[in-house]
Write a protein that binds this ligand. Sequence first.
Ligand SMILES: [Zn+2]
Length: 138
Amino acid sequence: MKKVNIVKLQINDVLYNFNTTKKIFTYIVRGIRDYGDSILYEIECQECLNHDNCRLLVSQYDNDKRFKYVSMINEDEDDEQYYWHSLDDFFISKNDCEKAAYQKIKKYKETEIEELKTKLKSAQENLIELKLLIDGCV
Ligand SMILES: [Zn+2]
């Protein structure tokens, strides 16, 4: 990673992550682990409801203003929260987070439409074959 592109977060900085419940989760930087060539950030989720606030380790994504999940810190083995907190990238800007989320949903919808088109085409072809078979029975 080029030094110029390294984003240095401070304690109490905020990161955003788009959750599968289709809502923006807010995280606060609580700790910084600076190893010189790489920096890991301990972030705390602000949306946890029925368990202690989850803490995660994240690191910066290549040359980008986004961060990637590394691991959970205070994961409870009997009540795993991994899947809520780690699926998508973490952003400095709420706007970038929303944009990435909408782009992801858009891509998903486009794929869905393509699959339905293929399905429709196949059903139409089956229908033509059936009509020919019906005609053959007369
Ligand atoms: Zn949590």
